[in-house]
Design a protein around this ligand. Sequence first.
Ligand code: BGC
Length: 347
Amino acid sequence: MEKISFGRTKKGEEATLYVLENKNHTTVKVTDYGATLVAFVFTDKNGKRRDVVLGYDDVTGYEEHGSYFGATVGRNGNRIANSQMVINGKVWKIEANEKGNNLHSGKNGFNSRMWKVAKSSDTSITFSHYSPQEEQGFPGNMDVEVTYTITENDTVEISYQAKADADTVMNFTNHTYFNLGGQDSGVITGQKLQILADAFTPVKDSTCIPTGEIVPVEGTPMDFRTMKPIGQDIDADFEQLKFTGGYDHNYVLSDKTGEMRVMANAYCEETGIAMEASTDCCGVQLYAGNFIGAQKGKNGVTYGDRNGFCLESQFYPNAVNQENFPSPVVKAGELYTSKTTYRLYLK
Ligand code: BGC
């Protein structure tokens, strides 16, 4: 496997970019900083190589920006209301880093850690991290591994496994921003998306904390059961979309975890690149990149709002505090596993 220097962190740690490639020359690049997916390169219908994910040229970009491009997010992806939770009768307080709530586990999230390489081959790499109880404020010391694999059919598989010595939250996600037109092609609003979910979890207000309800998408702009352009209804006069400035909602894939299923399909007509995304998680956050802002990305490209869309497989937001949502708490000593895949093909 090719290894490329990816610069030094502010603390002076050396970051490395690892290149995974299959026989079709579909390439996945990942770095040990944040166990982050940096590039996913595929040949489009005109024979042009397209990198379909947003990112930065070196580790400094990842340290300096707060968009979570390609990051491994944990221990808890998405939000925890009031930055606290009760586990086995004890209150645990974590960092309030967004409007009094916790987003993506705060500034000591997995996305900002240097991970170790536990195993690697030409097509697969496993990163490991030891997360002590004090690191983010969640109970228990945790060992966690994330494995990226590029398969022969151009799928990037992301598998997680973790174990802790106390009952604790395990809700890992990958925060890749996809742009099937290529990372330098501007807004994704014309790209088509299907999400195989009949319901979503509405939010209370602009804090993006769920009300706790599970509401059918039918008859609303939230309905992606039939493929449609992401931008078709994104600015509709619909309270849920006004709260969040465009799609930033959890879709209900199932009421349980552990069964692999297709969660979404996406397509870009200009490049012919299509994507099928699958997961064994019960929910997926559709985030339409509403607040990327103007920033310098890979190869000098300037990104802006809605230049990428995320399909973050997850437990529903604030699930640890919401009794009617599937629970993200895993028992001490129990092995937690989960898997999410993104397959590219030409259509
Ligand atoms: C959240 C968005 C947030 C983005 C970047 C997504 O998972 O739902 O609200 O802006 O991550 O932090």
